[in-house]
Design a protein around this ligand. Sequence first.
Ligand SMILES: Cc1cc2nc3c(=O)[nH]c(=O)nc-3n(C[C@H](O)[C@H](O)[C@H](O)COP(=O)(O)OP(=O)(O)OC[C@H]3O[C@@H](n4cnc5c(N)ncnc54)[C@H](O)[C@@H]3O)c2cc1C
Ligand code: SF4
Length: 547
Amino acid sequence: MRRDWSVNVEPMAERVRQCLHCGAEADFLDIRAATMRCNYLQDHLTMPLGPKLSADQLAANLADIAPRYTEQQALLESSRCLFCFDAPCITACPTGIDIPAFIKKIMTGNVTGAARTILTANILGASCARVCPTEVLCEGACVMLDRDSDPIKIGRLQRYATDHVYENRIQILQPAAQKSGKRVAIIGGGPAGMGCAAELVHLGHDAVIFERQPEAGGLNTYGIAYYKMKPAVSLEEVELVKSLGVEFRCGVEVGTDVTRAELDQYDAVFIGVGLGEGHRLRIPGEDLAQVVDALRFIEQIHTQPLHQIPVGARVAVLGCGNTAIDAATQARRLGADEVVVIYRRGEGDMSAYAFEYDLAKRDGASFLFHHAPVKVLGQNGNVTGLQLVQTRFNQSGALESIEGSEIILPFDMVIKAVGQQKQSDWLMKIFPELKLNRNGTMGRDFETGQTSLRHVFAGGDCANGGREVVNAVGEGKKAARGMHKMFCEATVVGPIQPSRWGVPDGPYGSGLDAPIRVPELEEKYEQISPASHPAPAASALTSTNQE
Ligand SMILES: Cc1cc2nc3c(=O)[nH]c(=O)nc-3n(C[C@H](O)[C@H](O)[C@H](O)COP(=O)(O)OP(=O)(O)OC[C@H]3O[C@@H](n4cnc5c(N)ncnc54)[C@H](O)[C@@H]3O)c2cc1C
Ligand code: SF4
């Protein structure tokens, strides 16, 4: 298919008034006229979706984007580390992994020891090695950046060490020898729930995970971009957590299969249910068959053979966060001829990380900024295009549509990636006494994860509004320590790191000039000395990591 529908060229309206495929002059503000007169639309856009590439091509397109280092590469990379005292990379990791320590172990040939250092701090060290936005966390804080050098590839080294113990079936973690007799119910078997469970059993308490999906792992199993991590890695981590004595009850939904009265029989409850379904667009045509939610699209990639996944020839992705970018990149890699990411704000407003944005562009996705969908157009029940309106910020900074600026672009698939709903309805149903924040997340003590209910703790996306895997693990771990304090009146010695947002505009070095944003610390900082410190960089302030 020719790429004549260039989307980044102004003025847009001029470009689309004539179909660049067949030359037909059509008023594209009226889809009926367009489809009547445009051969291209008639030939291409009413076809049902189907798979696009062979199994071999797909396997190559969706292979790991950052494959494992060879021994030689790992030795070479580890030998670049300066093993900094007060290493900023540790401070930048929400699970507080002792990074220079594990790198030194790799350098000296003690790969199992390196994995032990990683996994005792972060039970999901293998998945974090693949999915963490290291560019804005540990690697973004590496002092090598201050020396105009590449940061140490901490994620790749972490993968090298953790792959070694998984592949060689080396059991390096053991359940605690002494049991406290306390039992904790964990709702949700995602990164937050597993982080909490692993730390609880390590501290001598029993943990039961209730997970509504057939498999545990949460978005690590069902939602991460396939070229970053395969679900098998997540399932291996579930096995590791099981081997520590955590009980998993999969296919069990709390609220339907388990009641509040049953939960109250446990000594404490951890809520790690993540976020809910994707937001609806609330525009006509949204229910056409080829309009899919990004999460469902990505879930298919994890649960079906790749060569059977239907994808459009011309795909629109609505939204411009990291999920939108993942959906766009995967649609291209699955064989879509063209993918256009459409965002109602400007390039500078998008919440996707810069490196994810670059990847999507390198994969051939186009971006159309300052346009919002008005209507999904269809014919015979199939998507044929999108009616869009141009947007702008008015003088008071609010986003508004520009009258008369509507355009129509042809698409045969629309992927919605406009954010996920909070779990407030579910929470209010099960825990009506719980205090929620105005945005639908749970109010909680940042250090212990304790909510307004003494025996109920929370962490991960449902509590922080949606961040990264590593933050969810870290928050689960903090909550386990908070429960331990409640059970035994004893505090666990060891680093408890605050959660982090990362910075959207790329790495900054050791963080002295533009610190990686830590909302918990900022909040405290404000309370101590409101006027005695400079405001954080505007880019960091505007990052919400949400669609
Ligand atoms: C498309 C997408 C791509 C992402 N890519 C990355 C990435 O590359 N890197 C990164 O670091 N982060 C990424 N994230 C974010 C990351 O996946 C989340 O921050 C992380 O998974 C949060 O963990 P969690 O345990 O809080 O929630 P989840 O992973 O959502 O897990 C919650 C679990 O609770 C279960 N559950 C919900 N309700 C119930 C109930 N009533 N009863 C029983 N079980 C229940 C769910 O089935 C689920 O398994 C991505 C997110 C999305 C949506
Ligand atoms: S900041 Fe960079 S150089 Fe220093 S210890 Fe961490 S990885 Fe090594």
